[in-house]
Design a protein around this ligand. Structure first.
Ligand code: NAD
Length: 307
């Protein structure tokens, strides 16, 4: 079996060394195509490979056509819209992502941004503490759980809402109180950390009414997805209530516009950076290699996204 790591933006050396160890340890061959500048390099590199590990690299129908032996593509990371799923599925190629590998990075950023906001953006003046405040977690998945546990460790009172987790033990194990509606969650949260995926149900669902229901001085933190926000509604609530605050990791490019309108009550990262840690990149690379080995040896398709 030949496994190709094709990365325009290469993994850290530590990740490549780890991938090599996993691949060669399983008795397979590793090939590397790093920092390629032309699509033709990728097209010729994939010609004889059985498996492909990528980052944001584009696996188009043309790439799939050129990869005659390809059986599996793993996107080291969460999003996989850079892979042509229709073309892959038509050829019976399994496509996977590596969910959860960057969750800790995102969770740390969410907590860090809450403290940043509580301390007036680290500018002089009296701030506040997050200890003793209520942290509401909207969706208790991979990231939400880590934010919940870290919030507890920081002395916060943590509540969470996730209608798809019916087993209360999941919340109890973390000392987190499960609430039964979105309304109850927002109404009681001094800090609201958003971790819902963008689905038909969630798109544009976080807006005016929910924000207006939050306690005095509350902060909305979005490290999830841009699409879930009803931007006009959020802006209207921020305009009407000067005590509300908003932190976002998914609205790059609008910081100065937001600052002009709302001053330091709003903070937007310059570029989506939730998952931007060395550790997250390494974790995702190693997970990709492990998933490929597990697929070839045991037929495990747990993380397949084109089932
Ligand atoms: P996950 O799949 O592990 O968890 C998502 C959770 O959302 C699940 O528990 C599910 O039950 C719940 N859910 C689904 N629909 C819901 C609804 N309508 N109401 C309430 N809960 C609902 O996902 P994750 O890895 O925790 O990621 C969470 C979010 O973070 C996603 O939107 C993801 O795109 C985003 N993310 C952002 C970054 C970043 O760089 N900022 C990085 C990774 C992930």
């Amino acid at each position: 079996m030949k496994i190709l790591v094709a990365t325009e933006k290469p993994f850290a050396k530590k990740a490549v060394d780890g991938i090599r160890q996993i691949v060669e340890g399983a008795g397979y061959e590793l090939a590397l195509l790093e920092k390629y500048t032309d699509k033709s390099e990728l097209l010729s590199a994939v010609a004889d490979v059985d498996a492909l590990i990528i980052r944001s690299d584009k696996v188009t129908a043309e790439v799939i056509e050129a990869a005659r032996n390809l059986k599996i593509v793993v996107r080291a990371g969460a999003g996989y819209d850079n892979v042509d799923l229709v073309a892959a599925t038509a050829r019976g190629i399994v496509v996977m992502n590596t969910p959860g590998q960057n969750s800790n990075a995102v969770a740390e950023l969410a907590l860090a941004m809450m403290i940043f906001m509580a301390r007036n953006g680290f500018t002089p003046g009296t701030g506040s503490e997050i200890q003793g405040k209520t942290l509401g977690i909207h969706a208790y998945g991979n990231v939400g759980r880590l934010v919940g546990r870290k919030g507890k460790a920081m002395g916060m009172n943590v509540i969470a809402y996730d209608p798809f987790i019916t087993d209360s033990a999941v919340f109890e194990a973390d000392g987190v109180k499960k609430v039964n509606s979105v309304e109850e969650l927002y109404k009681n949260s001094d800090y609201l950390s958003l971790h819902i995926p963008a689905t038909e149900q969630t798109k544009g669902s976080i807006g005016y009414d929910l924000l207006m229901s939050m306690p005095k001085g509350a902060t909305l933190v979005n490290t999830a997805r841009k699409e879930v926000i009803d931007e006009q509604g959020v802006m209207k609530a921020l305009t009407e209530r000067e005590d509300l605050k908003y932190i976002t990791d998914i609205a790059a490019g609008i910081q100065s516009e937001l600052n002009e309108k709302f001053g330091r009550r709003v903070f937007a990262t310059a570029k989506k950076m939730g998952a931007e840690t060395a550790e997250a990149n390494i974790n995702a690379g190693l997970a990709a290699a492990n998933q490929i080995v597990d697929f070839f040896k045991n037929g495990n398709t747990r993380f397949q996204v084109n089932k």
